[in-house]
Design a protein around this ligand. Structure first.
Ligand code: IPM
Ligand code: MG
Length: 338
């Protein structure tokens, strides 16, 4: 078997804790994976004036896989800085962002949830085409939806549904208002749906989808949606899984994958050794399942995480409020893998 490479961007803050934890778990099941550390993120920017090392995109393309930790993204423009995660998603055309929510054995998770949000990952309002007019008093943003990007993410959503033994894909959009952009997304997604008659297709406007996500999340199976709605709905869904601290994600492209915990950086607890590595570890499991095609090993990791969670008497989120530290939690997961 060819040697597997994994680029690793720890990023900022708790990324320095949860990412090494996930790598330790990976090395427990696959000791031969070669890790290529890559520097990127806000801390790197403050040191060098660059968001990421100039070779990053090339290295990630070569390796075909990257694990990205949490990265600080300031909510105001900073000349020359762009979130490495956002940049990478587009630069390597990791066009579909998979965000699953599954019930976990902790008190804060709701039972019976097993949904997968497939979020378009390269366009919508994420293209960075924004400007101000009227001496800064009017902000204008460009939303881009193309047939090509919609088609490829839709195909992947339906393929995922079939491969995962799922029954339904719900297309989420706001085509009643955004007729040219979301209208196109809806049309193309429905076209693709027609090639998959074995899967039930339905649709919701995004506001109604948000309502049902809170009221009755079990009615969702696979959700297919443009970038921004996927961003928002996946954080909502994560609440049913027990919290953002547990929510993994994987961005998939043709020959590349970006594994990334969905939670942000939490500067207040950085360096304290109490950040929850679950999301990072489950993101690695997604990489194994969907990109490296090793579903049995992936499942093994998921079971080890579930066992660890069910032993701990705590409500896990990004900050673990129970008795375990990041390293003890990781050790427990690794022990379950032996
Ligand atoms: C996510 C994050 C990013 C996004 C931010 C950090 C730019 O919220 O991965 O969901 O909006 O995509
Ligand atoms: Mg988000």
């Amino acid at each position: 078997m060819a040697q597997r490479l994994l680029c690793v961007i720890e990023g900022d803050g708790i990324g320095h804790e949860v990412i090494p934890a996930a790598v330790e778990v990976l090395h427990t099941v696959l000791p031969d994976v070669i890790i290529q550390p890559v520097e990127a993120g806000w801390e790197y920017f403050e040191r060098t004036g660059l968001s990421m090392h100039p070779d990053t995109v090339e290295q990630v393309k070569q390796a075909g896989a990257v694990l990205v930790g949490t990265v600080t993204t300031p909510p105001y423009p900073v000349e020359g800085y762009i979130s490495p995660a956002l940049h990478l998603r587009r630069a390597v055309q990791a066009f579909a962002n998979l965000r699953p929510t599954t019930s976990l054995p902790i008190p804060t998770s709701r039972e019976g949830i097993n949904l997968l949000i497939v979020r378009e990952n390269t366009e919508d309002v994420y293209g960075g085409h924004e400007h101000t007019e009227d001496e800064g008093q009017t902000g204008i943003s460009e939303k881009i939806i193309t047939r090509e990007a919609t088609e490829r993410v839709s195909r992947l959503a339906f393929e995922m549904a079939i491969r995962g033994g799922r029954k339904k894909v719900t297309i989420v959009h706001k085509a009643n208002v955004l007729q040219q952009t979301d209208g196109l997304f809806r049309r193309v997604a429905l076209e693709v749906a027609s090639y998959y008659p074995e899967i039930i297709t339905d649709e919701f406007f995004v506001d109604t989808a948000a309502y049902w996500m809170v009221k009755e999340p079990t009615r969702f199976d696979v959700i297919l949606t443009p970038n921004l709605y996927g961003d928002i709905l996946s954080d909502m869904a994560a609440a049913w899984g027990g919290g953002l601290g547990l929510a993994p994600s994987l961005s998939l492209g043709e020959r590349v994958a970006i594994a990334e915990p969905a939670h942000g950086n939490v500067p207040a607890i950085a360096g304290l050794g109490i950040a929850n590595p679950t999301a990072a570890i489950l993101s690695v499991a997604m990489l194994l399942r969907y990109h490296w095609q090793m579903p049995e090993i992936a499942q093994h990791i998921v079971e080890a995480v579930r066992a660890t969670l069910s032993e701990g008497d705590y409500t896990a989120d990004v900050v673990m409020d129970g008795a375990l530290s990041t390293s003890q939690f990781t050790e427990s997961v690794c022990n379950h893998l032996h």
